[in-house]
Design a protein around this ligand. Structure first.
Ligand SMILES: Nc1ncnc2c1ncn2[C@@H]1O[C@H](COP(=O)(O)OP(=O)(O)O)[C@@H](O)[C@H]1O
Ligand SMILES: [Mg+2]
Length: 304
């Protein structure tokens, strides 16, 4: 299979002389579900902006499905759908018009666009709102609108810049399910995130961007095996029974309702909850005791 996106020695120096990208190399296969993971300011949005032709690069090369961006800027734009990090539609435009106009920008006739806009708006549960101005939508709806707009010209590659920002849990889940479906249909998906959990549950491959450089590109599986331990806080809605002394993982009772467990990479959260359940310990809420992304960065950058 060919590459969906190849980036070579990409560098970006902003007008204020800030060196935001310092030689990025990336190669993403067609059909992949790929994460660019990195903390705020790492350079993710800058990479995306250059790939989408919204920002000028300083040096380097980009090719999209075999097309060199310098020679085929228009075709490359046509192949990519972008859901940007910030809302950037006209707030006074009715949402159906936003989709149809975006299609027009890609050279798609209005009559065609209208048919596909209906499908997308229904899929995003926005059909009832089609005549409403974008500004009247809730945060989650605005994000779904941006996703629909990114897809209106049926791009082969969908790029999502921080798709979960400002989206509540339920909408996030249905959006994730939709993204998985799209990927199954063959759309290459690239997302940026600073949540390891988001990358983990969606993506097969990953690059970690730190300070304008790619410090790791690998499969999600291999990456996670490097996060050797995770510490979780488990909470129960009812008073906890006696904690068995011997379990496959370490458990410390914090108070009547909560436990701290330390899992090695060989035990998943689901397995741990099941084992606890077999001992009559029913957990209602799980959260991470530490920021796993930070731990991961520490693991990756120590030794380098
Ligand atoms: N227009 C700009 N001018 C100068 N510096 C910028 C500009 N845009 C972004 N930066 C800087 O470049 C770095 C990377 O930013 P960005 O690509 O937005 O990171 P990320 O998306 O990973 O949070 C940050 O330090 C940011 O402050
Ligand atoms: Mg960003």
């Amino acid at each position: 299979m060919s590459n969906a996106l190849t980036i070579k020695a990409l560098s970006k120096i902003y007008a204020n002389d800030f060196h935001a990208l310092k030689g990025i190399d990336l190669s993403i296969k067609e059909g992949d579900f790929f994460a660019l993971l990195g903390s705020n300011g790492a350079g993710k949005t800058t990479i995306i902006g250059i790939v989408c032709g919204l920002l000028e690069k300083t040096a380097g090369s980009i090719s999209v499905l075999g097309l060199n961006q310098d020679n085929s800027a228009y075709e490359v734009k046509r192949l990519i759908g972008l859901m940007p990090q910030e809302f950037n539609f006209n707030p006074f435009e009715p949402i159906e018009e936003i989709l149809i106009n975006q299609a027009g920008y890609h050279g798609i006739a209005r009559t065609h666009a209208k048919i596909y806009a209906e499908i997308l708006l229904k899929r995003m549960e926005l059909w009832d709102k089609r005549l409403d101005m974008a500004k009247s939508l809730s945060g989650g709806m605005k994000r779904r609108l941006m996703l629909a707009r990114a897809l209106i010209h049926k791009p082969k590659i969908l790029i999502l810049d921080e798709p979960s920002a400002g989206v509540d849990v339920e909408i996030r889940r249905s959006m994730w399910a939709f993204l998985r479906e799209l990927n199954k249909e063959g759309v290459t998906i690239i997302l940026t995130t600073h949540y390891l959990e988001e990358a983990e549950s969606l993506c097969r491959n990953i690059a970690i961007v730190d300070n304008g450089k790619v410090i790791e590109q690998t499969s999600m599986k291999r990456l996670l095996s490097k996060v050797s331990q995770q510490t979780l806080i488990l909470e129960s809605g009812e008073k906890l029974p006696q904690i068995p002394v011997k379990l496959d993982f370490s458990v410390t009772q914090l108070d009547d309702y909560s436990l701290e467990v330390v899992l090695e990479s060989t035990t998943s959260i689901t397995q741990a909850l099941q084992i606890l359940g077999e001992h009559g310990i029913n957990i209602d809420h799980v959260r991470s005791a530490q920021n796993r992304l930070e731990t991961l960065f520490l693991n990756l950058t120590s030794g380098k």
